[in-house]
Design a protein around this ligand. Structure first.
Ligand SMILES: [Zn+2]
Length: 242
């Protein structure tokens, strides 16, 4: 199980592997930059972030978008690439810049067949990812925009290494599948309550506990789903009080 003192790569999935499993993969891991707003097209590679945040996005025929998953140092992109070499229908985009380690998908699939510990871990991660997609589908239909907005801001705050991170209303609207005017209204309400500050594409979380009071249960459900994979929570902030 992962412990802070054991971190070798900075990606919690990789660092949860038994040392011999990680040693076999390590020569094949290549560093790659996650550039803000860049599309992540990993058909041939699987990417293990060590910092930053990748959003998985579903796009409709009319161009409307919504986020269906978020991947940071607790995960990998994409689970599709470890299941088959088919091109996934989803797209992905970098929301917070950072660094990742990538490995050829073909090589990782082969390694999973030869290494039971690696296979168990990545299948467990796949299960958590499927649960998250189901939770987000329910959240996007059943919960209010201000609750969903708080969920998204907390998820970003967990993965950012600072209280301030790049963010625009346009991007937030794109992730939550709503009009920008709706996001502007919610952001204004949050600012008036002193929860956040927003200026020129930069978001600052001022009152994390206030955001936690505003969020729906989905934030906790998703966070706990991934935390169960590891010995300790992979999220930076764990102040959820309720
Ligand atoms: Zn929800």
């Amino acid at each position: 199980m992962w412990r802070a003192s054991d971190t070798k790569t900075g990606n919690y999935l990789l660092d949860t592997l038994p040392p011999e499993s990680l040693e076999r993969l390590q020569p094949h891991l290549e560093p790659v930059a996650l550039i803000l707003k860049a599309r992540v097209q990993r058909v041939e590679h699987v990417c293990f972030p060590v910092s930053g945040l990748i959003s998985v996005i579903a796009t409709m025929a009319d161009g409307a978008t919504i986020e269906t998953g978020a991947i940071a140092r607790e995960g990998m992109y994409s689970v599709c690439a470890i299941l088959s070499d088919d091109t996934p229908s989803e797209t992905a985009m970098v929301q917070l810049p950072g660094q990742a380690l990538q490995v050829k998908a073909r090589l990782l699939r082969k390694a999973m067949q030869e290494d039971a510990a690696l296979q168990r871990l990545l299948l467990r991660y796949t299960q958590a990812t499927l649960s998250t997609v189901a939770q987000l589908a329910a959240c996007n239909r059943l919960h209010l925009l201000d609750q969903r907005c708080a969920r998204w801001l907390l998820a970003c705050h967990d993965r950012a290494d600072a209280d301030t991170f790049p963010m625009t209303h346009e991007l937030l609207a794109m992730m939550l599948g709503v009009r920008r005017a709706g996001i502007t209204f919610v952001a204004q309400t949050f600012q008036e309550k002193g929860l956040i500050a927003y200026s020129h594409g930069t978001m600052t979380v001022l009152d994390r506990w206030g955001l936690e009071a505003a969020v729906c249960e989905c934030y906790r459900v998703i966070r706990d789903e991934f935390s169960r994979i590891f010995a300790v929570s992979p999220f930076n902030r764990t102040s959820l009080r309720t």
